[in-house]
Each structure stands twice: as C-alpha cells, then as structure tokens.
Design a protein around this ligand. Structure first.
Ligand code: PXP
Length: 242
C-alpha cells in the first residue's frame, strides 16, 4: 500500500491512437515506461472484451515490464483466467458494456455478489491485490468490503461531469463514501474523469491511496509530452501529502 497519495496512469488511450490507424505505434509500453520515469507509481490498462484499445499482447508486455500493473477487467471467466496467468500487481474489477464509450458507472457489487466474491478469492489466491470500482453508495461499499476486496476505487465520473452546486454535492458524496470505506476497513482509490482542473476538489476526499487518471494525461501528452504531462499531475497531487 502506498504511504501517500500516488498516481496510477491509465495508458489505454495510447493504444486508442494506435488503433485509430491499426498501426504499430504509439506503443503503450513505451508510454508506460516514460510515465513511470516521470513519477507514476503505477500503470493501469483495461483489457476490454472487444479489445478496442489495449490488446492481449499489450497486457503481456505491460505485465512483464512495468513495476506495478493494475489490470482493469470485467468479472468474466476469460478475464479472470488472463489475470491469473499474468499476475499483475493489482486488478480493478469494473462493469463493462460493449456500446459504452468508457466505463459508465460503478460495479453493482450487491447485484453480482456471488460472482464478484468468487473472482476476488480466485485472484487473491494468485497474490493479486483487488480493488472494486464503485459509485460512492454506502450499501455498495459495504458489499465490497464483505466480498474480501482490499480496495475500492471510487467512481469520480459524476463529480467530473458536473459543475457548481451539483459538483459540490457529488464531492460530498465521495467524501462520505471514503469516510465510510475507511470505517469498514477498505483502502480507497479514486478515478474517472479527473483532470488538471477538477483535481483540486478530489484532494478534499480523505483516506485516498491512489488516483487512476488516463484521458486527461494522454490528451495533455499530445501538447507537452508524456513525461511533462505526468509530472505536472504529480505536482498537482503533492499538497495532499503535506
Ligand atoms: N478508473 C477506472 C476504473 C476506469 O474505468 C477509468 C477509465 O478507463 C479510469 C479510472 C480513468 O478514467 P479517465 O480516462 O477518465 O481518467
């Protein structure tokens, strides 16, 4: 567990650029190694059922070469099998729909409790740290704790996509969720839609271990290079650790 707030860089959209032309570059592994050098604590990649960005070969290369790979995955037999073989540092269990542009909501732990609990047990038996991506709802957080997962990742998308009083309300839900998670023994990560502006509010959330940030960092990389994009984000996160 990180002793302070750490950055996980999601490199899916490096692969999105490659897939836009079905080319061989840019290489997500190359980006991941540069991100690590620039201060990323971990690297996150989502192997989706439709392989729209990260593919099986990317996942193998990342698992073999990065310091801490966090594999985002749906709770399916196929993905549990791949993760069990690759043994990433951690797995983040997410819901997945084929038609969505990006992950649209947290996992319904209550509604899929038996399957999630079995996947948590199976992956933990391989030495993999488990996190469950959920909305800041107290009953879902409680179910995540009961499933045996060590971490939750709070879905920050509703906060990121709102403004004004609505955004404040979403932030307060995240704060209450993080406090409750801590009280039931869960460690807390957060991610989705976090950017260089809205991160200020994110830093009000207590008990955070790691932020997983992808789109905004990869987008900024086009302008300033990935090393600068990562170190700018690390700098913005620094006040949390003081
Ligand atoms: N965390 C989870 C569980 C996600 O599904 C995603 C998107 O792949 C992210 C974090 C990163 O979100 P973003 O790309 O909006 O920073």
């Amino acid at each position: 567990m990180p002793a302070m707030l750490e950055l996980g860089v999601n490199i899916d959209h490096i692969a999105t650029v490659r897939e836009a032309r079905k080319a061989v570059f840019p290489n997500p592994l190359e980006g991941a190694l540069l991100a690590e050098k620039a201060g990323a604590w971990g690297i996150t990649a989502h192997l989706r059922e439709d392989r729209r960005h990260i593919n099986d070969c990317d996942m193998e290369n990342l698992a073999a070469n990065v310091k801490r790979l966090n594999m985002e995955m749906a709770v399916t037999e196929e993905m549990v099998g791949i993760a069990s073989r690759l043994k990433p540092h951690s797995c983040c269990l997410v819901p997945e729909k084929r038609q969505e542009l990006t992950t649209e909501g947290g996992l319904d732990v209550l509604g899929n409790y038996a399957a999630i609990k079995a996947a948590v047990k199976e992956l933990q038996s391989k030495g993999i740290v488990i996190s469950i991506f959920i909305d800041p709802e107290l009953d879902q957080i409680k179910a995540a704790a009961e499933s045996g997962a060590e971490y939750i990742e709070l879905h920050t998308g509703s906060y990121a996509n709102s403004s004004g009083a609505d955004q404040r309300k979403e932030l307060d839900r995240l704060i209450a969720g993080a406090e409750f998670a801590d009280s039931v023994g869960l460690k807390v990560n957060a991610g989705h839609g976090i950017d260089y502006d809205n991160i200020t509010g994110i830093l009000e959330i207590p008990n955070l271990c790691e932020l997983n940030i992808g789109h905004s960092i990869v987008a900024r990389s086009i302008m300033v290079g990935i090393s600068n994009a990562v170190s700018e984000m690390v700098d913005l996160m620094r006040p949390y650790n003081i």
